[in-house]
Design a protein around this ligand. Structure first.
Ligand code: C2O
Ligand code: CU
Length: 511
């Protein structure tokens, strides 16, 4: 079904109000519910899941260093919106269908509050997973100002829960950033980009496995989900009316599998000011920006002198990435539209600063441990694709066990044909380089033979990252210091169909 573009206005999620706030701490409650919401004016309302009756959920705004407690409450019905695959790890018949656990992506947080995939809970906390520790999560917000997001992370059904609508923004603010005089207030807008597919009746479509590989069983795990419709902040191909001035947009790719290569059809520059983990050293002018699932980029777009113009944000990234089909320029090749139709309400005094914050390079000399980790493409007993990290399933004994306060380099050795956005919980890392290598030789002899020079990260990646594109037939090297917490965390591919089956591994920070 092809829906008209640019007929609905871009929604902006409301800011969540705390239940309690004093000088010591802040307390929020967030309910997860099922409700119906209009995702496009030509469609019947769709049944979705959301936080605080909204999809996307309300934006949570905190200060760097603020002590925040959040009670995430599951008030969802017992029946799932989408087909569960009971053959997938952690989603077998012995657990209830509707389970939730919330992860703040990119948060510096104690492990008991990190949303471990097996720390799930059901309505009223009646049943909980084996790693469930507490009802009220604690966030110390030891990050600098940055764009984070919260989303579901339940083992084996993360792809279905996020697709149902369980995602929202979590912004960390800081005076250091305020002093830069970036566009702010109503000129600072978060954009959550997702792809979905609709049934004729307006309900959301998620595929079942097309050829049933297991007799008598319905399964739904697929190697990738590619939707035919693009939504921003929960609206199909929306438009936004803007003033002829500078705006700050916080771009987030919250899609299951789809990558985006974002451009403006006016050909104009965007000024990227931040990566996943916060501000860059200085803004960079770019004409296109790559976003894999879970990656964020903050950009300033200047609409000055463009009165009366319509500008379309486009996407030309193949799906799946990089080997898939180019997007149809008339449909999924478009994301949203800006209309420079509002009068300038006051003089634009905001700036694109020449310099923002120091981003000191982590020193390679400080490294105490190097890990070589493969990204593998296997087959399960039913002949389905089964992607693994380090060739190990989720349940294999923990092998990544960095010591608190130490620095490591991880070699992400991608022997598959896909680009995988690899995400580590707890920490931010820096990308050292990417390098082509001989995959056949590696598969046979387990030695890395490089076939090209080391390539530095792209300018848009030269800041703090928590998710990195590990491209096919390349070794991607990242460097990070583990801390400030010890405990049980995870690292995984953020293609949700991969992380559910089962490109996800625990790791532990030890003392
Ligand atoms: Cu965005 Cu492990 O998560
Ligand atoms: Cu992957």
């Amino acid at each position: 079904m092809i829906l008209s573009k640019f007929v609905d206005e871009l929604p902006i999620p409301p800011i969540l109000k705390p239940r309690w706030k004093d000088q010591f701490y802040t307390y929020y409650e967030v309910n997860m519910t099922e409700f119906s919401q209009s995702l496009h004016s030509q469609l019947n309302n769709s049944t979705v899941w959301g936080y605080e009756n909204g999809y996307p959920g309300p934006t949570i705004e905190v200060e760097s260093g603020e002590k925040v407690f959040i009670k995430w409450i599951n008030n969802l019905p017992d029946k799932h919106l989408f087909p569960i695959d009971y053959t997938v790890h952690g989603a077998h018949w012995d657990v209830p269908d509707v389970r939730t656990v919330v992860h703040v992506h990119g948060a510096c947080v104690e492990w008991e509050s990190d949303g471990y995939p097996e720390a799930w809970f059901t309505k009223g906390f009646k049943q909980v997973g084996p790693y469930f520790r507490k009802q009220i999560y604690r966030y110390d917000n030891c990050n600098h100002a940055c764009t984070l997001w919260y989303h579901d992370h339940t083992i084996g059904i993360t792809r279905l829960n996020i697709y149902a609508g369980l995602a929202g923004f979590y912004l960390i603010r800081e005076n250091r950033e305020r002093s830069l005089n970036l566009p702010s207030g109503k000129y600072e807008i978060p954009l959550m980009i997702q792809d979905k597919t609709f049934n004729e009746d307006g309900s959301l479509y998620y595929p079942k496995q097309p050829e049933k590989p297991i007799p008598e069983l319905e399964t739904s795990i697929i190697p990738e989900f590619i939707g035919d419709t693009i939504l921003v902040n929960g609206k199909v191909w929306p438009y936004l009316e803007v003033e002829p001035r500078k705006y700050r947009f916080r771009l987030l790719n919250a899609s299951n599998t789809r990558f985006y290569r974002i451009k403006l059809d006016s050909g104009q520059f965007m000024y990227q000011i931040a990566t996943d983990g916060g501000l860059l050293e200085y803004p960079i002018g770019i004409r296109e920006i790559m976003l894999a699932p879970a990656e964020r980029a903050d950009v300033i777009i200047d609409f000055t002198n463009l009165e009366g113009k319509n500008i379309i944000m486009t996407n030309d990234a193949p799906a799946p990435f990089p080997g898939g089909d180019k997007p149809d320029p008339l449909t999924v090749g478009q994301v949203m539209q800006f209309r420079v139709t509002l009068p300038l309400s006051s003089v634009d005094t905001s700036t694109i600063p020449a310099y923002m914050v120091p981003v000191p390079k982590i020193k390679e000399q400080s490294v105490t441990r190097i890990r070589y980790l493969t990204l593998n493409d296997n087959m399960d007993q039913y002949g389905r694709e089964w992607m693994l990290l380090d060739n190990k399933p989720w349940d294999a004994p923990i092998s990544e066990n960095p010591k608190l306060g130490t620095t490591e380099i991880w070699y992400l050795i991608n022997v598959t044909d896909d680009s995988h956005p690899i995400h580590l919980h707890l920490i931010d890392f820096q990308i050292l380089d990417r390098r082509n290598f001989d995959v056949d030789k590696f598969n046979k002899e387990k030695v890395i033979e490089y076939t090209g020079p080391a390539m530095p990260p792209e300018p848009q990646e030269r800041g703090w990252k928590d998710t990195v594109r590990a491209n096919p037939k390349q070794v991607t090297r990242i460097i990070m210091e583990f801390g400030p917490f010890t405990g049980l965390y995870i690292w995984h591919c953020h293609i949700l169909e991969h992380e559910d089956y089962e490109m996800m591994r625990p790791y532990i920070v030890i003392r």
